[in-house]
Design a protein around this ligand. Structure first.
Ligand code: G6P
Length: 367
């Protein structure tokens, strides 16, 4: 069926706004809200025996893998190895017997990811895939199919597939933790509750669309933009930079906040906007001190945080974007929204072809 843009200017914009609905739709098939339990499709291998997970993906799907590593390791205490598909295949990865190899892909057709999948299969790994196109090659070749229910994604730059991937991966990590005896029924129930808060939190994030549109002209003239984040929000800094590069053609870099002083700080001046992703919480103080390092060099900061964080550190910033206060588990989903919207509005200011950016393909089916 033809997918229409409806009242939106671009498919990407429509897809950003669909996130509360499609994340809810995806969560519905991985959670049992009344029992407050995670419910995965029939799994015919023994999860408690999995002692190592390898996750392989490309592009935005790779950043979902990065976030998932934090979750699998902290909830289930299973070591996770992640790699870009194009690197994985040629580095002679060590795949031990009984390992689980997990592939993340919107299209299910990315050539490098598919080749990595086949390599792992030949090496006797159990193959799980998180994929958005249920009829895709990866879906067919998997032992365990974990679909995202984002619906067709038309914009070349991935948005709603990413947040749906995160929803599936959070449920999967919790499931592993339960099976490995690392998570009590009460902890599982709380995880389920937090995940169920995601759709409303995504809506609350989308409510700031106008604020982001209003500040986009401050970022649009930049030649370089730096994104900073910590912990599970560090991959979101990478994703924010990727989105901006893809559709606005501004050079952008994502960095771990604490690593900034080992390099990118040399670039800071009044011409380089620094986008800081920092939900309030135990690590917030550390990020504030990184912001002070930026400010001391004349850097102009855009702080994306909740009301508490903005009250503490918003003063002196070039702009602030308010996010709802959320549990750290769902922060990577919620903070995806402002970085997507910022890239989108900057691209609109610049007048680029948002849905069909130059040189990029929706699905890269050549190596
Ligand atoms: C291309 C697309 C990206 C996507 C990446 C991985 O580069 O432009 O948006 O993240 O491929 O695609 P996949 O379908 O495997 O998730």
């Amino acid at each position: 069926a033809m997918v229409e843009k409806g009242n939106f200017h671009h498919f990407m914009q429509k897809e950003i706004f669909e996130q509360p609905t499609v994340v809810a739709q995806t969560l519905r098939s991985y959670l049992r809200p009344l029992e407050r339990k995670v419910a995965l499709p029939q799994i015919d291998f023994d999860i408690s025996a999995v002692d190592r997970i390898t996750i392989v993906a490309c592009g935005t799907s790779y950043y979902a893998a990065m976030v998932a590593k934090y979750w699998f390791e902290s909830f289930a205490r299973v070591p996770v190895d992640i790699d870009f598909a194009s690197e994985f295949r040629y580095r002679e990865p060590i795949l031990t017997k009984g390992g689980l190899a997990l592939f993340i892909s919107q299209s299910g057709e990315t050539a490098d990811t598919l080749a990595a999948l086949r390599h792992c299969k030949a090496e006797g790994q159990t193959i799980a895939v998180v994929v958005n196109v249920p009829t895709s090659t990866m879906a067919r070749e998997a032992d365990l199919l974990l679909p995202t229910h984002a619906g067709p994604e038309i914009g070349v730059a991935s948005t709603k597939a990413f947040t749906c991937q995160l929803a599936v991966l959070a449920a999967l990590a919790a499931h592993f933790a339960v099976k490995k005896g690392r998570m009590s029924a009460e902890e599982e129930a709380q995880i389920v509750d937090h995940l169920l808060e995601a759709p409303a939190a995504l809506n609350a994030a989308l409510d700031h669309d106008e604020d982001i549109k209003a500040m986009a002209p401050l970022v649009a003239p930049a030649r370089d933009v730096l994104y900073l984040g910590r912990g599970p929000d560090f991959p979101l800094a990478l994703e924010g930079a990727l989105k901006l590069k893809e559709i606005s053609y501004i050079h952008a870099e994502g960095y771990a906040s604490g690593e900034m002083k080992h390099g990118p700080i040399a670039l800071i001046d009044e011409h380089v906007p620094v986008i800081v992703l920092a939900p309030s919480g135990p690590l917030f103080e550390k990020t504030v001190s990184n912001m002070q390092e930026v400010a001391a060099r004349g850097g102009r900061i855009v702080l994306i945080s909740d009301a508490e964080g903005l009250a503490e550190a918003g003063e002196g910033c070039m702009a602030t974007i308010e996010m709802p206060k959320v549990h750290p588990l769902i922060a990577p989903l919620v903070y995806a929204v402002p970085v997507q919207l910022l890239a989108y509005h900057v691209a609109c200011v610049k007048g680029t072809d948002v849905d069909q950016p130059r040189n990029l393909a929706k699905s890269v089916t050549v190596e």
